[in-house]
Design a binder for this molecule. Structure first.
Ligand SMILES: NC(=O)c1ccc[n+]([C@@H]2O[C@H](COP(=O)([O-])OP(=O)(O)OC[C@H]3O[C@@H](n4cnc5c(N)ncnc54)[C@H](O)[C@@H]3O)[C@@H](O)[C@H]2O)c1
Ligand SMILES: CC(C)[C@H](C(=O)O)[C@@H](O)C(=O)O
Ligand SMILES: [Mg+2]
Length: 409
């Protein structure tokens, strides 16, 4: 199976903003386009988990993109589509059926849409769709979650921030994914001394969990602009105090990286005030969840942020950071870019297929340059399309594979 941590080490700093523009080839020519790679055909097994809500719509687009980019770069896939979340609960009674976990573990990489929805919101914890997601992350051991927040130049005006604040933002947010309050014990419900009902969770980190995410983050920062900001709440929380202590100790091994620390409340303000001050950020599970949604709005929409979750070995898990968006599910309104970009991360970090990954990232930029937008990133003068049509436009751009360096429209 793909050894994730080895693969990402050589592939981390990509200036998305200098990506190319269009020269589109008609879709009818798609099948006549010949694979460009001189390497022999490589074959990978991929577990696809569409999930709930908009999940099936965005996975369908991302799968087509993965197949075409792969074909053109000499890659074949063996896809297995599996159930998780609400869809799995309805079919099997479990949010993460054994067959899904087993398929995921046996594959080279897992591509996930999203899980959750109103129908299951009142379920007990062990029967919530989201519990399936937490279980698969834990079982795959994917402790390091990369959530890049990049402002694509054609989308500057989609940002809720002023152009001069948003332009050029390129942040790699690293979220610890298998520890902290999400998994800490004790947790549950009970009764306090007054007989009042209580709910409780535990924010807990052991040294080895902090050390491995710290090494990961320093290495990522080394491949980027060598600035690492560790976000914590060390003025209040013991788990954060240990976090900061270990980051300070491990920093000695990375003298070429400038380490800074920021309290999470300040960080959430600074992300909106001056996001360009950040290069690589690293934080715990819960702060990373919240800050990544916030960072997504700097880029224009939560529909733009992909993610890669990697472990020490075994398959990686690739998914957009957003949820199942039940408010727009089934309406062909979902923005598929975050999932398509997650597929690119799968190729780069999960399979080491850099050329196919670049082909997809170039295609995203090209599609944006040609003016196509879903509603969440629409602005005057651009072309409003649905999820499916945007998928078709991305495929045209994948096929045309405009070389990097072409002038922007
Ligand atoms: N990784 C996951 O599977 C994941 C992540 C977050 C939330 N969830 C679940 O999703 C459900 C809905 O949660 P929520 O509403 O808080 O968050 P959400 O991310 O699903 O949606 C928040 C808002 O963003 C919009 N949005 C999200 N993705 C979009 C896209 N690709 N294109 C256009 N608009 C998009 C939605 O329409 C909604 O208005 C819940 O059940 C939640 O637990 C799952
Ligand atoms: C659905 C939920 C469990 C999940 C999380 O909190 O990790 C989501 O918000 C995310 O960001 O991937
Ligand atoms: Mg989240």
């Amino acid at each position: 199976m793909a050894a994730c941590l080895q693969l990402w080490q050589c592939k981390l700093a990509r200036p998305f903003d200098s990506l190319p523009v269009r020269r589109s080839i008609p879709l009818s020519l798609r099948c006549s386009a010949a694979p460009s790679s001189s390497k022999p055909t490589r074959s990978y097994s991929i577990t696809l988990i569409p999930g709930d809500g908009i999940g099936p719509e965005i996975i369908s687009v991302a799968k087509d993109v993965l197949v075409l980019a792969g074909y053109l770069e000499g890659i074949k896939y063996d896809f297995r589509e599996m159930l998780m979340g609400g869809a799995a609960l309805d079919a099997t009674g479990l949010p993460l059926p054994h067959e899904t976990l087993s398929a995921a573990k046996q594959s080279h990489a897992v591509l996930l849409g999203a899980v959750g929805g109103y129908k299951w919101d009142r379920n007990d914890k062990h029967l919530k769709p989201e519990t399936g997601l937490l279980q698969i992350r834990k079982e795959l051991g994917v402790f390091a979650n990369l959530r890049p927040a990049t402002v694509y130049s054609p989308l500057v005006d989609a940002s809720t921030l002023k152009r001069e604040v948003a332009e050029g933002v390129d942040i790699m947010l690293i979220r610890e994914l298998t520890g902290g309050i999400y998994f800490g014990e004790p947790r549950g419900f009970g009764t306090n001394d007054n007989g009042e009902e209580i709910g409780f969770n535990t924010e807990i980190y052991a040294t080895h969990e902090i050390d491995r995410i710290a090494h990961f983050a320093f290495k990522v920062a080394q491949k980027r602009r060598r600035k690492l900001c560790s976000v914590d709440k060390a003025n209040v929380l013991e788990a954060s105090m240990l976090w900061r202590k270990r980051f300070l100790a491990i920093a000695q091994e990375y003298p070429d990286v400038e380490l800074s620390h920021m309290y999470v409340d300040n960080a959430s303000m600074q992300l909106i005030r001056d996001p360009k001050q950040f290069d690589t950020m690293v934080t715990n599970n819960i702060f990373g969840d919240i800050l990544s949604d916030e960072a997504s709005m700097v880029t224009g929409s939560i529909g733009m942020l992909p993610s890669a979750s990697l472990g020490a070995s075994g398959p990686g898990l690739f998914e957009p950071i957003h949820g199942s968006a039940p408010d727009i599910a089934g309406q062909d309104k979902a923005n598929p870019f975050a999932t398509v970009l997650s597929a690119a991360m799968l190729l780069r970090y999960g399979l080491g297929e850099e050329k196919a990954a670049e082909r997809i990232e170039n295609a995203v930029m090209d599609t944006l340059n040609r003016g196509f937008r879903t509603g969440d990133i629409y602005s005057a003068g651009t072309k409003l399309v649905g999820c499916k049509q945007l998928g078709e436009e991305i495929l045209k751009s994948v096929e045309s594979n405009v070389p990097a360096g072409a002038a922007a429209v």
